[in-house]
Structure formats: structure tokens, C-alpha cells
Design a protein around this ligand. Sequence first.
Ligand code: GUN
Length: 285
Amino acid sequence: MAQIIDGKAVSAAVKDEVAAEAARLREERGLKIGLAVVIVGNDQASRVYVNNKKKACEAVGFQSYEYAMDEDTTQEQLLDLVNVLNRDDRVNGILVQLPLPGHIDEKAIINAISPEKDVDAFHPENVGRIMIGEYSFLPCTPAGVMRLIASTGVDITGKQCVVIGRSNIVGKPMAMLLLQKNGTVTICHSRTQNLKELCLTADILVVAIGRAKFIDGSYIKEGAVVIDVGMDRDENGKLCGDVDFESAEKKAGYITPVPGGVGPMTIAMLMQNTLTAAKQQAGIE
Ligand code: GUN
């Protein structure tokens, strides 16, 4: 039976570290840290995420600035706001919640965010920095996954790592981070022909495909570290991951549950990125 990786506990530890460092910087340097969160339109899921991000800011001692804009906001208006936030010294990090309404070009907005304040690490400059290993920020989900793997004590060096999924936000940066830690990395995707065979070679398996319970125990090598990035609904409408937990945990050495695995990590890593941004802008480290 696998050991369960407790994402809530690791996330709480990251937030505690961030809160302690933020408090020290406030006391010793008078540094105040601020995150601007921009939401456009009425997407209910986005509203929940934004509220959670604001709550996390409060918990670690950051100021959050919310900008809620109407669904019919123009691209120009949103670009104007991003430019104002780029210049606002109270704001160390800028997060524009995605998805944006269809009439707004997400790429144009992401490209307009100052790379120094891009705490999502979605700007091409920050994406490029990950490729060459000279980054300040990592996208929150892959950063959270790396932290969860670290919590197991398993050394990535020399291990077979299989990432299923090739999105810009998860799969591609995930593969780069595992490579930087000296893993031997294979990226699989919807067109991969011998998926099961490749998965069975994985000492570390990261699954981000968006299909409920797609990866069952028959894909998992005995003792593997299995990280499930999925957030799906099963046949009864219950929240589940891309991995069939019940059969997978019989084979895995370590496994993340859904909920309570990768999910709680993303906001913690956002807080960490905001702290890093504030320190860099203040010339600390
Ligand atoms: N929408 C869903 N996940 C994310 C995220 O990590 N960042 C932003 N900006 N929007 C999202």
C-alpha cells in the first residue's frame, strides 16, 4: 500500500514559511507585500479561486488588491489596468485570472504583465527562463508538484520520470523541472501510442490529462511516486483525479489523493512567488 502524500500539510508548511519570512521582512525592513488579483466577468469557478487567493494573502500577511471587471470589459481597458498595476509600487505580483471572456486575447494580456510581477510565470520571458534554468518564478502547479515529490524524500536523480500531458502550464514546465533535477524524462500525450508501456517504466509518474480515473493500477510500476494533477468528476459527480486512486495505491510507493494532493499546493506556491517578487523588487537577495 502506498504512502499518501498529504498536500494539505505540505501546503500549510509552505504558507507558514512564507508568512514567517514576510513577517521578518515587515519588521526588519518595513517591507509590505501586495498581490493584485484581476477577475473579468462572472465565471463561478474563477470567483471561488480568486476568493481563495485573497484568503491566502490574508493568512500569510500580504495585502491583496482585487479588481473585478465586467464581462464586457474591452481588451484595451484590461491592458490599461495591467499597465497601471505594472507601475504601482504597492503591487509586487499581478495575477489575471483565466479564462478571460472570448473577446479578449489572453496572450496579449499575459505579454503585457511586467515579467518581474508575473507571479503565474506565464509570460514568455519567464517561460524561457525555465528552459535555461535561470528562473525566479515557476508556474504554481509544477512548483507544487516538485515540492510534493521533495516531501517524499525520493531523489529524482537518474530516475525514470514520465509526465502525461504537454500543456504550457503543467506538462512542459513539469518536464523541464524534473530534467533539471537530473531525471530521465519522457513526455506522453494524447497521441502517444505505447502509453501503458511507458508508464510502467516510471519511477515518478505525473499525470495531467484531464480524464477521470484514466490511469489505473495496471499503468503503475511497483513502488512508483504517483502525482495526480487531475481535477475531474466521476460518474456520480464526485471530485476525483486522472488516476484511479483505489487500484493505483496498491501499486504505488507514494501517491497524491484528489482532493487534498496537488490542489492545495498551487495557492501556496503563488504566495511563495509573490514573496520572491517582492524581495527581488526591493533588491533583497
Ligand atoms: N485559472 C485556473 N488556474 C489558473 C492559474 O493558475 N492562474 C491564473 N491566472 N488563472 C487560472
